[in-house]
Ligand binder design. Structure first.
Ligand code: UDP
Ligand code: MG
Length: 308
């Protein structure tokens, strides 16, 4: 059946938010032909039970449940693969993204845009640390990547089925969906909103997940770090040619060699540290090549009520 709208919501320990989210979505969408696809990303709480309970009462509710926690991006990706609507919305399950905004986003999309993303004017109820790291992350992304990833924008957005099909046909691992969607192009625009605090529960994005996500985004869309290694190497080579000239001068012309422990020590740690840093950057890219070569499935589904 052709649906007008598919809503994809990734779920990681959101037991208290699921029914609230559905109620608010339904309030907004009751006149539409829509489906909600919950993707349970290995929650350790009662999320799946809550989803199934709702699904047994509402035919619009679809779900799939992963065999373990595969991460937010893959949860969204899996939902997009199942979404059949003419338009597809990605929304967080913790109600930080207000469902009421879907109205505006859909209206805008119908004006002829393929992607309408929601741009955060501010973030309520989030820590200073989160706000500052997020802010700098988006600006760093903008500075080092070749595509135009919108500032202060999460995955909350609406897209046409054709964009959804393109994203889900991109086989790359280490997904960074908001970057991939920018990369796809077509007509894209945004609506602005105030980001609400999370209703219940706590963030599933630990510092470790945030750092990994940031590195994924940068490495997937930028060769700047690798280029940086080249520049550092060139600068080091230049500096060392001066150092060598100085060393030869001291030995053969000035004839004073033994002193200089301090400069040796500084150079030694500096070069060692720089080399390790550069090897780390190269390693990041190699590990991503490996991920893509391995060809493991993106995720594993434990159960679902969606039949293909
Ligand atoms: N999420 C997920 N898997 C994870 C972490 C988070 O599916 O490993 C979901 C989570 O349930 C929520 C969305 O992704 O719907 C955004 O996560 P969260 O609210 O924890 O991140 P924050 O808003 O704090 O950045
Ligand atoms: Mg959140």
């Amino acid at each position: 059946m052709i649906r007008e709208l598919s809503i994809v919501a990734p779920v990681f320990n959101e037991e208290a938010n699921i029914e609230l989210l559905f109620n608010r979505l339904h309030q907004v969408l009751q006149n539409q032909n829509y489906e909600v696809i919950f993707v349970n990303d290995g929650s350790a709480d009662q999320s799946l039970i809550e989803i199934k309970k709702l699904a047994s009462n509402h035919a619009q509710i679809k779900y799939l449940s992963f065999s373990r926690n595969f991460g937010h991006q893959l949860a969204v990706f899996a939902g997009l693969q199942k979404a059949k609507g003419n338009y597809v919305v990605i929304i967080d399950a913790d109600l930080q993204d207000p469902p009421e905004l879907i109205h505006d986003m859909l209206a805008k999309a119908k004006e002829g845009y393929d992607v309408v993303y929601a741009k955060r004017l501010n973030r309520k109820g989030e820590s200073f640390f989160k706000r500052i790291t997020a802010k700098w992350f988006y600006r760093l992304m903008r500075a080092v990547t070749s595509i135009n990833i919108p500032l202060d924008t999460g995955d909350f957005r609406i897209m046409t089925q054709r964009v959804c099909k393109i994203v889900t046909s991109m086989p790359e691992k280490n997904k960074f969906l908001r970057g991939q969607i920018s990369w796809i192009g077509f007509k894209q625009t945004y609506v602005e909103y105030e980001r609400d605090p999370r209703i219940y529960g706590e963030t599933g994005y630990t510092l470790k997940k945030m750092i990994n996500f940031a590195i994924d985004g940068i490495t997937a869309f930028s060769h700047f770090p690798i280029r940086l290694v080249t520049y550092i190497g060139l600068s080091m080579a230049f500096l060392s040619s001066i150092a060598i000239a100085y060393a030869l001068y001291s030995k053969f012309i000035a004839g004073e060699t033994v002193k200089g422990w301090t400069s040796m020590f500084i150079l030694f740690t500096l070069i060692g540290g720089t080399q390790l840093f550069c090897m780390g950057i190269i390693g990041e890219y190699i590990s991503r090549i490996m991920n893509n070569v391995l060809q493991r499935p993106d995720y594993l589904i434990d159960e679902s009520n969606i039949d293909d």
